[in-house]
Design a protein around this ligand. Structure first.
Ligand SMILES: [Zn+2]
Length: 252
């Protein structure tokens, strides 16, 4: 098959380009600091989820898609997307398959972490991935109104919000937010054997795990809508923690 290469200037086209070892995918060669070569067939221009495609998905299949996407992210086996085309395709409606409640942290780029693009997932972000009324409303909107099948509460290692909560930081509105992490700290203090300070990454991670579990409990407790959808099998609610060193999400 005749191969056609397109010379793309990074600063002129809005393609998401990820450098890496993309086996069986885009064969990319760096020419200089500004240009790379990409095969046309490896650029996905029209992969925004449709309503019909969303309806055919099950919560379990969406979880598998998200797990696979994370594996692709970890191994740099990523797809080049034509974002400008996807923006146009998604303009008239959105049918995302999942909603992720994530921390604010800039080191956890949620769509990238699950190898998803425009129109694929809702992302609700708040420091410490805590639950409040507006977050619950956002999750309800994603699932009940817009048809998403999966809720992922995503914590991460070395979380600054968790560390600040352990240190009992008091500062403006941050004080109120960090108070929501205290129940997780109390739980971790009950079952963690080592040094219980923010300087111990293992303790921070233990609090992070409890914080995700408690967020899921709170979603079930305070959102009868989501609880009913879950009990009917219409959605799944799962937790995960992002490994800052490997990029892997460990689901539980
Ligand atoms: Zn964080």
């Amino acid at each position: 098959m005749k191969r056609r290469f397109y010379l793309i200037t990074l600063f002129s086209l809005s393609l998401v380009i990820t450098f890496g070892s993309c086996k069986n995918k885009a064969e990319r060669k760096e020419k200089d600091t500004n240009t790379i070569e990409i095969e046309k067939e490896d650029v996905l221009s029209n992969r925004v989820l449709t309503k019909e495609e969303q309806e055919r998905l099950t919560p379990q299949s969406v979880l598998e898609i998200m797990k696979l996407g994370n594996e692709e992210f970890v191994s740099d086996n990523l797809t080049v997307r034509n974002n400008s085309q996807r923006v146009r395709d998604a303009a008239l409606g959105q049918y995302p398959k999942a909603v992720v409640l994530s921390c604010l942290d800039s080191r956890v780029p949620v769509e990238d972490v699950f190898h998803r693009g425009i129109g694929d997932v809702f992302v609700a972000r708040v420091a410490g991935n805590v639950v409040n009324e507006d977050i619950l409303a956002s999750l309800e909107y994603a699932c009940k109104v817009s048809g998403s099948k999966l809720v992922i509460v995503l914590g991460h290692e070395y979380c600054g919000a968790i560390k600040s909560a352990i240190d009992d930081v008091k500062l403006g509105n941050i004080t109120t937010l960090l108070a929501k992490v205290q129940p997780a700290i109390a739980k971790a203090k009950g079952d963690f054997a080592g040094e219980q300070t923010s300087k111990n990454p293992a303790f921070v991670e233990a609090v992070c795990h409890h914080n995700v579990h408690l967020a899921i409990d709170e979603i079930r407790l305070k959102s009868p809508i989501l609880k009913e959808m879950e009990s009917k099998g219409e959605i799944m609610i799962v937790g995960g923690v992002y490994d800052m060193e490997t990029g892997k999400v460990n689901f539980f």
